[in-house]
Design a protein around this ligand. Structure first.
Ligand code: CO8
Length: 258
């Protein structure tokens, strides 16, 4: 699938960039956009020339939530039978590193999409929130779970129960975002970060991602054991030999499996 209506897919070096592009609706996530993002991620996952994926929106809005106009008249049976929002799980399941570059509104499903990426780089104008309660619903793309893991129970509970937004500084203090950059530098900075990751060994980057993600699923002892086994397996790769040899020879590593 290469023709998209609601997103722009570009390849910048080894980085796949997905730009949400429904400006009139502040990038509200309707079904078409969801299906296009899922297809674009699958496309980039299958592309050997791509080592990292960046998801971004516009300066005004990363995404102002799931599309309220599309959801407004749905019945319980529609939502249940369609298994509404489940396709987003395929984005969360991507094995390549996935970075969200967020400027402006990241509300409801927009905040949830950012959170299902591996980390968030925010502009100083970013606003995060889970305002679903004001619409008579609750988060539906993992917000109640991922926000709680990211910022802890007190703040997640407050945000989900009041629907208030938090600005970039509060989000960074709370641990939701990795870093804040000036709005004008957001794309360049995020692209540079994604390119740095894309120059690493891809299988090793995927292993690092898998190991960090495991910490959300398991006990500390099991997580450490999992990490140790994966760490051992890195010694079976040519890229471990290249990485360590390059260090000893005082040169940059040229990883084979990018
Ligand atoms: N859905 C559809 N359209 C939207 C959305 C949205 N989420 N957000 C904005 N728009 C549209 C507006 O309707 C408007 O369109 P139009 O010009 O045709 O009237 C256009 O975008 C511009 O928006 P505003 O005029 O409102 O712009 P403002 O700058 O005044 O306000 C806000 C910006 C504060 C972001 C405001 O638009 C807003 O509050 N948006 C809604 C935010 C929200 O509530 N998001 C959560 C949605 S629910 C969700 O994400 C998860 C639901 C889980 C349900 C689970 C069911 C199974």
């Amino acid at each position: 699938m290469t023709d998209f209506n609601t997103i722009i897919l570009e390849r910048k070096g080894r980085v796949g960039v997905i730009t949400l592009n429904r400006p009139k609706a502040l990038n509200a996530l309707n079904s078409e956009l969801m299906n296009e993002v899922v297809a674009a991620v699958a496309d980039l996952e299958a592309d050997n020339g791509i080592g990292a994926i960046l998801i971004t929106g516009s300066e005004r809005a990363f995404a102002a939530g799931a599309d309220i106009k599309e959801m407004q008249s749905k019945t319980y049976m529609d939502a249940y039978v369609e298994d509404f929002f489940t396709p987003w799980d395929r984005v969360a399941a991507a094995r390549k590193p996935l970075i969200a570059a967020v400027s402006g509104y990241a509300l409801g499903g927009g905040c949830e999409l950012a959170m299902l990426c591996d980390f968030i780089i925010a502009s100083d104008t970013a606003k995060f929130g889970q305002p679903e309660i004001k619409l008579g619903v609750i988060p539906g793309i993992g917000g109640s779970q991922r926000l709680t893991r990211a910022v802890g129970k007190a703040k997640a509970m407050e945000l989900c129960l009041t629907g208030r937004n938090m600005d970039a500084e509060e989000a960074e203090r709370a641990g939701l975002v990795a870093r804040i950059v000036p709005a004008a530098d957001l794309l360049d900075d995020a692209l540079k970060t994604a390119s740095t990751i894309a120059e690493m060994s891809l299988p090793i980057a995927m292993m690092a991602k898998e190991a960090v993600n495991r910490s959300f699923e398991t006990t500390l002892a099991e997580g450490v054991r999992f990490e140790r086994r994966v760490f051992h397996s890195t010694f079976a790769t040519e890229d471990q030999k290249e990485g360590m040899t390059a260090f000893v020879e005082k040169r940059s590593a040229e990883f084979k499996h990018r």
